[in-house]
Design a protein around this ligand. Structure first.
Ligand code: ATP
Length: 512
């Protein structure tokens, strides 16, 4: 098992043990790629949503919220292209009977070649020290060059094959690259087939096919079909945005990696409507703004990177992903896409209803262009817990697991802990708890030795523990223990709220 796999296993187990995430229907052996959030998970998830909502809606006077239904008219998904094109190419290995996404097999192969290049670079950098010129090395080293050429060659066939849905070509690539099934080790593959990712169900009692409806695979279409309602009732002028948080459903072919790829998940999306021609300016703006938002959480920048799309979706004229360094490598966390007038144009055509904007400045009517930011709530949750999970050996040789969740997002902000369960300390503790509970998510705990209670709070990511001791009864002071440094300070009870607020407040991402 690699270091990353081992860490990922520990994080998954920790999430279950401390009430962050449970497998769905676990007593029936679970349901693949579906998960439930426990008491700590729900709080963390709500705090993430709150941070996003405030940053997008409250702090931007030209962005408003929406909560559209999961079920929508089936024609929506025809117009959006999902009925015909929301497919993943799948392939089966005949020996192991395992199913894979054909594009992912090829992308993993490319990632392995990139890994080889990075290893060469790291080795050379170590050998040459300060005098190392990475650009020159990449341009001249024959092994690096050979692998770069291989990648270019693969992409020059893979990208058009994906764009044009040439399934034979994708299979030919898998065979030529000698990609083997990780389970059976064989190269005995079936043909590549398209698989639509939308879940469908029947609405009402009639069984004819006209009543077939879909569970939405993205929240964005709910925004597009409400564009005019919001623009008119909100009296919005371009540019303006509509933000929404909600469930989405995809019948993913490969469901692994815990909550990274789920069949039921939540998205936080914002569609920003702009004048045609302005889209590149706003695309750059939102790319920067979204990175700044991630940075403001307090996770170091080195955990994030921007990945420009090689292959643009049919609706986009520019797209990047913000990727996060998960225990299994850098993967997509959020997408920022310049979607042109594709969606509103398609809905205008299919519905026969005008979705135009009358621009009072230019005195023209046109279909607005859209720049969207699309973030997976569960993926951000996974990014945060992956970053936060820390194993430490303390000075006395003991070990602790601490979840270094950014304090503003922590499920519990303060735990109130009487040192012992007697001498009036529990009563005083309850008093302090009651004083704080209206302002912060708090916990009161009196069971077990204080050291064990600190460890439990560390493992749940609680940034502050307030300890009530005998001195509290004498002079109304308590100790405040900070999670990461474990430092304790003695403060007056009256000051607890002010201290906790100051150190756990949500700070917006400021523009420079
Ligand atoms: P991927 O390539 O990983 O399948 P995608 O490019 O299809 O993702 P989008 O359609 O752009 O994803 O969706 C926007 C965001 O929604 C993604 O960046 C991701 O954070 C989240 N997301 C998409 N699919 C899932 C899923 N199955 N489980 C959890 N989150 C998801």
């Amino acid at each position: 098992m690699t270091k990353g796999e081992d860490l990922f296993k520990k994080i998954t187990a920790h999430c279950k043990e401390y009430g962050f995430i449970f497998p769905s229907s676990e007593i029936y052996d679970g349901l693949s790629a579906v998960y439930d959030y426990g008491h700590n998970g729900t709080e963390l998830k709500n705090n993430i949503k709150d941070y996003w909502w405030k940053s997008m809606v409250q702090y931007h006077e030209n962005i408003v919220g929406l909560d559209s239904a999961i079920f929508m008219h089936p024609a929506v998904w025809k117009a959006s292209g999902h009925v015909d094109a929301f497919n993943d190419p799948l392939i089966d290995n005949k020996d192991s009977k395992k199913r894979y996404r054909a594009d992912v097999l090829i992308e993993d192969h490319i990632a392995k070649l990139e890994d080889k290049i990075n290893k060469e670079v790291a080795k050379a950098s170590k050998r040459f020290g300060d005098s190392f010129d990475e650009v020159m090395f990449r341009n001249t080293n024959p092994r690096v060059q050979a692998n770069l050429n291989k990648i270019e060659e693969i992409k020059s066939r893979f990208v058009p094959a994906m764009e044009q849905g040439k399934l034979d070509e994708i299979k030919a690539l898998i065979e030529e690259l000698e990609i083997a099934c990780p389970v059976s080790g064989s190269r005995n593959w079936t043909d590549v087939r398209q698989f639509n990712l939308m879940f469908s169900t029947k609405m009402g009692s009639s069984a004819d096919s006209a009543s077939e409806i879909y569970l939405r695979p993205e929240t964005a279409q709910g925004i597009f079909v409400n564009y005019l309602n919001v623009q008119k009732t909100g009296r919005k002028k371009l540019p303006f945005g509509i933000a929404q948080i909600g469930k989405a459903f995809r019948n993913e072919i490969i469901a692994r990696q815990f909550i990274f790829r789920m069949r039921e998940f939540e998205q936080m999306e914002m569609q920003f409507f702009v004048r045609p021609g302005d889209e590149h300016k706003w695309y750059e703006y939102w790319k920067d703004e979204r990175m700044r938002w991630h940075m403001a959480m307090g996770i170091p920048e080195s955990h994030f990177r921007i990945h420009k799309h090689d292959k643009l979706a049919h609706y986009a004229n520019a797209a990047v992903d913000i990727e996060f360094d998960f225990p299994f490598g850098f993967r997509e966390l959020e997408g920022i896409h310049s979607r042109t007038d594709f969606d509103l144009g398609a809905h205008q055509k299919h519905s026969g209803k005008k979705l135009q904007y009358f621009d009072p400045e230019t005195r023209e009517s046109y279909v607005p262009y859209v720049v969207e930011t699309s973030l997976g709530l569960d993926r951000l949750f996974l990014a945060i817990v992956s970053y936060a999970y820390t194993e430490e050996t303390l000075e006395d040789g003991s070990e602790r697991v601490v979840m270094k969740i950014p304090p503003a997002l922590a499920p519990t902000k303060v735990a109130v802990l009487p040192l012992v369960k007697k001498d009036g300390l529990p009563e005083k503790g309850r008093e302090v708890f009651d004083m704080l509970k209206y302002d912060f998510s708090c916990q009161y705990e009196e069971k077990d030795a204080i050291g064990r209670r600190y460890r439990r709070q560390d493992a749940a990511g609680t940034p502050y523990c307030i300890t009530i001791d005998h001195e509290t009864l004498e002079n109304n002071t308590v100790t405040v223990r900070e999670r990461d440094s474990m430092k304790q300070e003695r403060v007056d009870i009256e000051r607890i709220a002010e201290i906790v607020r100051e150190r756990t407040v949500l700070r917006p991402a400021k523009r420079p």
